[in-house]
Design a protein around this ligand. Structure first.
Ligand code: NAD
Length: 278
């Protein structure tokens, strides 16, 4: 693969598994040094699907095998302070930040790796967010909004001053088709992901004069360990298949390389034509 990103440093949040891991590997293959920030650097261990994909003991080592520098930092990005500390650590270790992929998040009220014995045998992992626009438990509301929206905004706020100083940068935020459509059972997640689209547009206006591009991706049904096999939904997708991590990574490549230099404030839907069918 052409080393288009040689000399660049990319931060990937939520990079310990799933789509984030895919972005980290893609950008490493393009020559970027990579910093993975995740709430749980071993989060991939809970899924057989993720464990089978991994070729080394951690995603950072997988990236290093592609001949780039790669570090990993464990931090909960729902904390503004922890986010800024993590970004300072990236700068101290890798010297600069050119790319930020704000991928940490998910439409779950409780991740599988958070379940402990104390939760009891009935605990449900990766529970889809509950609630409706008219009625939503406070804990679910806070959890899902902060995990998705706040983590994204804090990451952008933490990297922006450095990108402004160097007069260049590429930021990719992560929404979802749930942020484009009003699905009844998916309310708090959809609200958070819709807000990310608006935040992206606003941030692009602010950072554009500094030569910083800010764009968003909105994946649809993509096969990851957490979300499992959803091939049965293929009939609702124009391209008649669920999406792959690589489908998303290719769009991220577009958004962090010079191919998209004159694109900013936009959201690219990656859903195989799913939305258009409804
Ligand atoms: N897979 C899909 O079909 C799909 C569709 C639309 C959008 N998305 C979005 O793409 C992103 C990745 O999805 P995925 O399926 O790979 O999810 P995933 O759960 O497999 O990976 C998410 C990673 O983010 C980390 N994370 C979660 N909260 C965090 C926090 N507060 N601080 C730091 N790290 C945190 C997790 O530990 C995990 O490693 C999410 O934002 C999700 O909402 C996914």
């Amino acid at each position: 693969m052409e080393q288009k990103l040689k000399g660049k440093v990319a931060v990937i949040t939520g990079g310990a598994r799933g789509l984030g891991r895919g972005y980290a590997l893609r950008l490493s293959a393009l020559g970027a040094d990579v910093a993975i920030i995740d709430r749980n650097l071993s989060s991939g261990d809970v899924y057989e699907f993720e464990a089978k994909l991994r070729t080394a003991e951690s995603v950072a080592v997988e990236c290093q095998q592609l001949n780039v520098r790669a570090i990993e930092i464990q931090a909960d990005l729902t904390s503004r302070e922890s986010t800024f500390t993590a970004i300072e650590e990236v700068l101290a270790e890798l010297g600069r930040i050119d790319i930020a992929v704000c991928n940490a998040g998910g439409g779950t009220a409780q991740f599988a790796d958070e379940i402990t014995q104390a939760d009891g045998a009935d605990a449900v992992a990766d529970l889809n967010t509950r609630g409706t626009p008219a009625s939503c438990d406070e804990d679910v509301l806070q959890r899902v909004i902060t995990t998705n929206l706040n983590s994204c905004m804090y990451t952008c706020m933490a990297v922006s001053p450095h990108m402004i100083k160097q007069s260049s940068g590429k930021i990719v935020t992560v929404s979802s088709t749930a942020g484009l459509e009003a699905g009844s059972g998916y309310h708090p997640y959809g609200v958070a992901k819709a807000a990310i689209i608006h935040y992206t547009r606003s941030l692009a206006q602010e950072l554009g004069p500094h030569n910083i591009n800010v764009n968003c991706i909105a994946p649809g049904i993509i096969r990851t360990g957490r979300l499992g096999d959803r091939q049965h939904l293929s009939k609702y997708i124009a391209l008649r298949r669920e999406g792959t991590i690589e489908d998303c990574a290719r769009v991220v490549e577009f958004l962090v390389t010079d191919l998209s230099d004159y694109v900013t404030g936009k959201t690219i839907t990656i859903d195989g034509g799913q939305c258009n069918q409804r």
